[in-house]
Design a protein around this ligand. Structure first.
Ligand code: AMP
Ligand code: MG
Length: 416
């Protein structure tokens, strides 16, 4: 049967349309990093919760400083000290002040803070030589967040800043999306394990470990079902077994039209609905996605570059959407093509590539040998160049779309 290729965008939309958001669970704040918020963060109280000093200095009544000048300094008597976390018991009166530290609650009647640098010490206190206005150097109650304010939408990924906010409001635990259960099956009679010696006709399984890394990069746990020879019955059995225990089964290999490519037949046998089995993209045109109820089967190509790209384009956003993540797609930017890329293709091309800053501008170049069976360019790349199909090749200096991969991959750092 001839397969009908569909555009990449349509394929992604078909996958996203089938994603159901998984139930949430509660995790301790210390385990919340990297998870997706299943509840919005709404301010439970004002932040700061009280008016407080923004600096180390003195709390005064601004009115007592109105006349202060170089010629006629205003003199204050210090009646006590308030460190952060302490409370000044006495209200201040005329020309009285508290010595006060950053973050300390203002004493009664104080309405301005004089910074230590603006004072000169005297025996009973200090003098100032300029007037201060009401509210000078004060952090106001609620200036950061007001009770009831929606601060972070649900569906956001929890990063260290989110954790700080959750801690501020006393979330000892937080509702997050459950992880999908993801399984990996590598198919191919030619596959050897990583520890095996090479023998004629065989290659080591690199897709299985690569997919594990791609999932780890997303902080998603997985179960590996190892490698399977190209045998219809035993492959069907293993995939069915994995599917029973998983939300997502990722397979590599066996989705082409070769004699031993059994995945299409396996989908039939287990009654899976095939969303598509041909995509207008290179590499990975044979990428197949099927569903059984709520569960996904990602049939990625055995070719390493195709497998890698298929995961990033289809599996990754599906996982993120199932977790309620509201921005599931790869970060995208534009960059200047650093060398000619003349290969023409009717399909959208995703090229493993390296981007870096050159004279303040992002420049991107292909990461070497770039056929779908390439493995070296995956290792060198830190991004994918996305070139729409049908064009007349690309030349150095053109602006191209770049999809960014994980941040551990040599993304240029800020240089002082
Ligand atoms: P297939 O998709 O099964 O037709 O495989 C396409 C190509 O990818 C063949 O050259 C396979 O040997 C190779 N291949 C398949 N599975 C893997 C794997 N797990 N690791 C590395 N290469 C693979
Ligand atoms: Mg195969």
């Amino acid at each position: 049967m001839i397969r009908k290729p569909i555009p990449v965008k349509e394929a992604v939309q078909l996958v996203m349309g089938k994603c159901n958001i998984l139930k949430s669970e509660s995790v301790k704040l210390e385990d919340a990093y990297g998870r997706v918020l299943a509840e919005p963060i709404v301010a439970k109280h004002d932040v700061p919760p009280f008016d407080r000093s923004a600096f180390d200095g003195y709390a005064i009544r601004a009115i007592d400083s109105t006349e202060a000048s170089e010629i006629k300094p205003a003199s204050f008597q210090v009646i006590g000290e308030i460190g952060a976390g302490q409370v000044g018991e006495e209200p201040i009166g005329e020309y009285e002040a508290y010595r006060i530290m950053t973050g300390a609650i203002l004493p009664k009647h104080a309405d301005a803070i004089v910074m230590l640098e603006d004072t000169m010490e005297t025996n009973e206190g200090f003098i100032i030589t300029k007037p201060f206005q009401e509210n000078d150097n004060i952090s106001f109650q609620g200036e950061d967040a007001k009770t009831g304010e929606l601060l972070i939408e649900k569906g956001s990924v929890i990063h260290p800043g989110t954790i700080a906010l959750l801690a501020t409001f006393g979330y000892a635990s937080v509702h997050v999306a459950r992880y999908p259960v993801v399984s990996i099956v590598s198919t191919g009679t030619e596959l050897l394990d990583v520890g095996d010696e090479l023998v004629p006709g065989k290659i080591r399984n690199s897709n299985g470990p690569m997919l594990q890394g791609q999932l780890k990069r997303m902080d998603i746990p997985y179960k590996s079902y190892g490698m399977m020879e190209d045998d219809l019955d035993s492959c069907t059995e293993l995939i069915e077994k994995a599917l029973k225990k998983s939300d997502i089964v990722i397979t590599t290999g066996g989705v082409s039209v070769g004699d031993y490519d059994y995945l299409p037949e396996i989908y039939k046998r287990i009654g899976a609905e095939v969303l598509f089995d041909k995509v207008m993209m290179r590499p990975g045109s044979v990428t197949t996605v099927a569903v059984v109820g709520d569960k996904f089967l990602f049939g990625l190509s055995g070719n390493p570059s195709a497998c890698f790209t298929g995961f990033e384009l289809f599996t990754r956003p599906a996982i993120l959407k199932m977790m309620g993540n509201t921005s599931p797609f790869m970060p995208r930017m534009t960059a200047i093509l650093g060398e000619d890329f003349s290969k023409k293709n009717p399909f959208t091309r995703f090229i493993r590539a390296i981007w870096r800053m050159e004279k303040g501008v992002p420049v991107v170049v292909p990461a070497g040998f770039n056929k779908s069976n390439a493995v070296s360019s995956i290792a060198r790349g830190n991004c994918l160049i996305a070139l729409p199909g049908g064009s007349e090749g690309y030349t150095k200096g053109m602006e191209v779309d770049v999809l960014l991969l994980g941040q551990e991959l040599g993304v240029p750092t800020w240089e002082l």
